[in-house]
Write a new protein. Structure first.
Ligand code: SAM
Length: 182
């Protein structure tokens, strides 16, 4: 979709078992909607494997990383840190700034939480951004934010190295084996 700069998603917090599905969906949403990489915490090796497996089958490029220090990723990030939180500024008011940063070759790290997010993350973030000021979900807020930032272009993105490719159909399901055609 674009050459650079990097768009990454960091999932802060993960309760094994309880958060497995949500953390997996954060990764799958990041991948499907145009991010380059998801970074998951040390407890999230199972969701990481699931997202890697989907990427292997349905294509990339997309990287899945597990880190022992999620907050270290924020501290070390060379670019813009955007924390998604119901307490932040409306996405519609800041999407232009975020698009401008990407156009200006600045990498963007989107941070989503699971449980209560420590306050120093709010302080370190360049932007605390809300998708409505209502409580909902990290998956929903990530999806809306990526779509706003990419202005819908991610919907036309074509991946590479897919073993399986879904062929859109008005009715029914069609999946082609593309493992030897690329
Ligand atoms: N109660 C937690 C807190 O105060 O940080 C939030 C828990 S919420 C289920 C999990 C994550 O969803 C949040 O950390 C945030 O990233 C995201 N989220 C939920 N509602 C949001 C909203 N309206 N806008 C942006 N992100 C939201």
């Amino acid at each position: 979709m674009r050459d650079e700069p990097e768009v990454a998603v960091l999932r802060l917090g993960h309760r094994p078992g309880r958060d497995d599905r949500m953390t997996t969906h954060v990764g799958l949403t990041a991948r499907a909607l145009g991010a380059d990489r998801v970074v998951l915490g040390p407890e999230a090796s199972s969701p990481a494997e699931t997202v890697r497996d989907i990427t292997d089958r349905f294509g990339g490029p997309f990287d899945v990383e597990v880190t022992g220090s999620p907050k270290g990723v924020i501290g070390d990030w060379d670019g813009l840190v955007v924390h998604l939180t119901m307490y932040g500024l409306p996405i519609q008011d800041v999407e232009g700034d975020l698009q401008g940063a990407l156009d200006g070759d600045t990498a963007v790290l989107f941070v989503v939480g699971a449980e209560k997010v420590p306050f120093d993350v709010y302080e370190r973030a360049d932007y605390n951004v809300a998708v409505t000021n209502q409580p909902h979900s990290e998956v929903a807020s990530l999806a809306v934010t990526l779509d706003r930032v990419f202005d819908g272009r991610e919907l036309d993105r074509e991946g590479a190295d897919a073993d399986r490719t879904v062929v859109p159909k008005e009715t029914g399901k069609r999946v082609e084996d593309t493992s030897e055609t690329e």
